[in-house]
Write a protein that binds this ligand. Sequence first.
Ligand SMILES: Cc1cc2nc3c(=O)[nH]c(=O)nc-3n(C[C@H](O)[C@H](O)[C@H](O)COP(=O)(O)O)c2cc1C
Length: 337
Amino acid sequence: MDFNTIKTTAKEKFSGACRLCPVCNGVVCAGEVPGMGGLGTGAAFRHNVQALADCRLNLRTVHSVKNPDLSCRILGMELSLPIIAAAIGGIGLNMKGAMPEEEYTGAIVSGCRQAGTVGMTGDGPNRVVFDAGMDAIVKEQGRGIPIVKPRETNKVIELARQAADAGCPAFGMDIDAAALVNMTNAGQPVGPKTIQELEHIKNNTTIPFIVKGIMTPDDAEACWQAGVDAIVISNHGGRALDHTPGTAEVLPYIAEAVKGKMTVLVDGGIRSGADVLKMLALGADAVLLGRPLAIGAIGGGAAGVAFILNKFKAELSAAMTLTGTPQVSEVPVEILW
Ligand SMILES: Cc1cc2nc3c(=O)[nH]c(=O)nc-3n(C[C@H](O)[C@H](O)[C@H](O)COP(=O)(O)O)c2cc1C
């Protein structure tokens, strides 16, 4: 398996739903939701990529860091790299038949496991999306994290218990899907949650609770007050609200508020191992990858996902060597220019 074959195969299978642009930055696919783009003008997607491009690294080579350590412990899981697959739901329904939902979630969850990490799975108005994710996770002995929509609180608890029974290390809720009309139109209302509602979910489940879609220090503090175990700083890859800042822009402020008190994850526009290192230097404990792993899954199945993760791993290792960073668990902000 090689990168060119993965890209060529993915381009064919996507049939235009993703053009596999030289830089995946949301310009060409602006407004393509459903599709792989960002919502509306696509600004939030573009800001994610631009914010990382604006962040620069100090090249340092007079030091003793010859074999950087990429392993980390996230929510009790030992990972061989600080990268988790982001939930991408509805590939089977919305991407011109690029790949059936079950095959997609299977490729993500098992490709992640092969590479020594863990994959998240999504949710949607069609029950197939959540069920395909859970089936893939069960096939991998529970090694996966389902992310449920901010449905009615009791429904979230019911699905979280299903995840706990399957042996999942954690479950999450993408709270930034609070205004997703296709859920409400399908008779499955979603909405924002109060601190008390978050606390109620946390107190009625036994596995760590991740809230995905946090973009302000206030919301992060509220999650912490509710007892949430981890947040994902995310604007849903630019698909929730047009014109938000890039996640790398808000990350330092949120990390200042809650880092060390809860696990801080981030996603959005991460396209290389150097981008991963930038996010760690800005305050994240680990990152999530969305579109790059979707391309890996559609272009090469589980092996394609593992290939992309290993590519990022090699790039991250090189970036750590070239900035004098010995371990991913402690990345100093001083590596940034
Ligand atoms: C086609 C598509 C479907 C998505 N579906 C979900 C989903 O079901 N649940 C969720 O939490 N996030 C979903 N996301 C958002 C991703 O989890 C993630 O936040 C985003 O893709 C990260 O940005 P990146 O793609 O630039 O890496 C989706 C993203 C895309 C592109």
